[in-house]
Design a protein around this ligand. Sequence first.
Ligand SMILES: [Zn+2]
Length: 334
Amino acid sequence: MTITKPDRRLAKIVAVALGAALLLTRGTGWEPLKTAAAQTTTAATSTNLETLEVRPSFFVIAGGGANVGVQVGEDGVVVVDTGTAADAQAILAAIKRISPKPIRYIIDTGPDADHIGGNQTLAKAGERVLSGGGGRNANSMLPIVGVENMMRHLTRLPADALPNETFHYPRKSMYLNGEAIEVLSQPDAHTDSDAFVFFRRSDVVVAGDILDTRQFPVIDVARGGSIQGEIAALNRLVELAVPSVPIVSREAGTIVVPGHGHLCDQYDVIEYRDMVTIIRDRVRELIKAGRSLAEVKAAQPAKGYVGRYGGPGGGETTDRFIEAVYQGLVKEKA
Ligand SMILES: [Zn+2]
């Protein structure tokens, strides 16, 4: 059932080998490892889902839209992000293969369909923890946690697919399976309703779409995303993660699970944060010099990163990113 050893390096290598649905390896130094790693992965499901054991109590299911985080233990299963609706049954089956215990909690990192699409199916399959404390939520629905603003973007979903434990404050916490779990709101980053989920003992952060190693971050200005919030969130992520020092050769340290793409360590997040910050600074200089959006684009402020983060063909991903940065900075100036 378990595909990989809970080994940091191996987890990363296998993540890299997970195929087109998971990531783009173009231009990274990991490509030569792909073949060897592919031999260590087995047991793909019919929908190309892959399960990675990243810690003894923490798994990532990749290949079904967003990366799905699965924490397991005595209390049951906590799921972070639920993939697409189309993959919900396959993701449920993959969770059952990891643990026979019931799903107890669902946590959404944001409002995108490929992160919440399985909410309804997974919630129906789950069982509430009996709190015995007579708390609120006396109904029998499985708790689905998310930042309150999410609700504004999900008006067309059925009630049982929606978050029912929303919060508007910076941190919501719980303690399950022997560890503290913190849901950390990140204002106005990818959207206005993103959150990181930090498993403190497993030392894993599920970062959602604020971190997407396949491409430039998607900053959804129409839904409240901003370059300022994106960089603030990436800085927060750098602070949450601890690198493998002083014993670098262990390749241990905090594991950061991006919304899409390969598993990261703190250095990967720093690199990504620096890339976003450098491009933001370049666009800011151009705006200061009085350039229009068209002129900013023509000046290619993402130069040097397009090959790695520009996404598949056409320059659309880069254009969208530069537009979002430009809009955010013009707003800031005004
Ligand atoms: Zn996503």
